[in-house]
Design a protein around this ligand. Structure first.
Ligand SMILES: [Zn+2]
Length: 144
């Protein structure tokens, strides 16, 4: 369900690029960055995208999904750090925490502490949400 709504918003953004490209024929490739904190299943997203793109210029486009590891920042001392696989796994394995983060990724910071100064004021730099990274459009010009 969640993946379908994300796929629809990605498709809308892809179609915007398509419409603003002169001589656009079809969408060749879609690159997406999936933040680990979004807990979006990349394969479910890929499937949802193939379903919602039927009968659109993005039908049969190649979909590349890159997983983005979360990065956090402490506003007090300016320290920035990445979360390790074990922390991500700990969140994913806790059903209540995983559901919370899935709905509202910002809650994860309540479970974190700055490794340098111990502050509990932690900001998410990246790793939440799903972002359309780039779109490759096949145009008339390329085909001659
Ligand atoms: Zn700090």
């Amino acid at each position: 369900m969640h993946e379908t709504s994300i796929a629809l918003s990605i498709l809308a953004a892809v179609e915007d690029v398509f419409r603003s490209t002169p001589g656009a024929r079809r969408v060749e490739k879609i690159r997406i960055r999936v933040g680990m904190l979004s807990l979006v299943d990349p394969e479910a997203l890929r499937f949802a995208l193939s379903v919602v793109s039927r009968d659109t210029p993005a039908e049969n486009a190649e979909v590349e999904i890159e997983t983005v590891r979360p990065r956090f920042r402490c506003p007090h001392c300016g320290y920035e750090w990445e979360v390790g696989d074990e922390d991500v796994k700990r969140i994913a394995d806790d059903p209540m925490l995983a559901t919370l983060v899935h709905i509202h990724p910002d809650v994860v910071v309540k479970y974190l502490r700055c490794p340098r100064c111990g502050s509990t004021d932690v900001e998410i730099v990246e790793g939440k949400g799903v972002v359309l990274h780039s779109v490759v459009i096949e145009t008339d010009e390329e085909k001659g």
